[in-house]
Ligand binder design. Structure first.
Ligand SMILES: [Zn+2]
Ligand SMILES: [Zn+2]
Length: 354
């Protein structure tokens, strides 16, 4: 029997509910979940006072890979295909969608926020925007369908940020917070030709990203703001990198990380806000003006960009395996509790098959 883990109210454990996922409505498919990543955003709903768009009860989880096991009218072509479910599914028809701005579509649907998500054995989603996965290519590089669920959000969200920021070969990129999202931001920035400085407070995360993506990894607890900027400037000098136009990706989703990121502005810098926190910080916004710098937000990633982001993984330019930890779906409450305590060193991937 299909089941899902339901978010009932903040702070309370998720509840296991059996349900019948069949048949899907027209234009929709039912996906048998292979893997669903546990994201900082899920913790925000559960513990952080962030509200889901659809009132609970609701299954959380928006980082899904799986196989299409039933298709509604018009979506039959997806039957039996392996897919990634984009974390943000735009309607595809409104003015914003037609202009290629699906991430701001007001009729978008996000699993685990607007509709039931992937902390489940099955979920139903609109077929439009699904990303086809070639399982033969996957197994060639030693990956499973479950492994790549993180592409649905943790890889594609920074991919969209890097695209939008306009990185060029030979630039300097700084990633603040190299957890579930930042570790991929570092690898993607490097794939785009940047030299990458990774910042974090966790030595284990720093050493992982030093093996995959970062040219320099700094423990920010050992520097004040001024010394940190000097250390990065010295690295830039040593490597012949620019002292201006740094690309800064705030991926920690913490007030401290945001302050660090803002403090690293240089002339012509681009600050990308990729992580989310409800906390507020005090800053001198006029620094953007004085440095002729810019700040960009980033909600998800348009489905059209998913194949290119997935290609980075299939080509081995972005490694996912060192940054994930498969866990049985039915351990979800223990996993969430551990994530809340920062006791997980890698992103948990919930798998119904374990
Ligand atoms: Zn997420
Ligand atoms: Zn739309």
């Amino acid at each position: 029997m299909a089941h899902r883990w339901i978010f009932v109210e903040p702070q309370a454990p998720l509840e296991r509910i059996s349900f019948d996922p069949f048949p899907p409505q027209a234009g929709h498919v039912v996906i048998e979940v292979a893997g669903c990543g546990v994201c900082h955003t899920d913790l925000g709903y559960l513990y952080g006072g962030v509200r889901t768009n659809h009132e609970p009860p609701l299954a959380l989880g928006h980082e899904v890979s799986g196989r299409v096991v039933a298709a509604g009218a018009g979506a039959e072509a997806w039957l039996e295909k392996s897919v990634l479910v984009p974390a943000v599914l735009p309607c595809g028809e409104c003015d914003a969608c037609r202009r290629g701005r699906g991430t701001i579509c007001r009729r978008q649907q996000m699993p685990g926020n607007d509709i039931h998500g992937g902390f489940a054995t099955h979920l139903e989603v609109p077929a439009r925007g699904l990303c086809l996965v070639d399982e033969a290519r996957l197994s060639d590089v030693g990956l499973t369908l479950a492994d790549i669920c993180v592409v649905a959000d943790a890889v594609t969200t920074p991919y969209q940020a890097v695209q939008r920021a306009g990185l060029w070969p030979g630039c300097l990129a700084i990633v603040v917070g190299v957890g579930g999202v930042g570790s991929y931001a570092a690898q993607i920035a490097r794939a785009f030709g940047a030299s990458v400085v990774a910042l974090d407070v966790d030595p284990e995360k720093l050493s992982a990203v030093e093996r995959h993506g970062a040219d320099l990894a700094l423990d920010v607890t050992k520097y004040d703001a001024r010394a940190l900027k000097h250390a990065i400037a010295a690295f830039a000098t040593e490597r012949g990198l620019p002292q201006t136009e740094w690309f800064i990706f705030e991926c920690s989703g913490t007030a401290a990380g945001q302050l660090t990121a803002f403090g690293l502005l240089v002339h012509g810098a681009t600050l990308c806000v990729v992580g989310f926190t409800m906390d507020k910080i005090e800053l001198r916004l006029s620094n953007l003006m004085a440095f002729d710098a810019r700040a960009i937000g980033n909600w998800g990633c348009p489905p059209e960009m998913y194949p290119a982001a997935l290609d980075l993984v299939l080509e081995g330019k972005v490694k996912v395996k060192p940054f994930i930890e498969p866990r049985p779906l039915d351990d979800v409450n223990a996993v969430l509790e551990a994530a809340r305590r920062h006791a997980l060193k890698r992103r948990a991937v919930l798998m119904p098959s374990l």
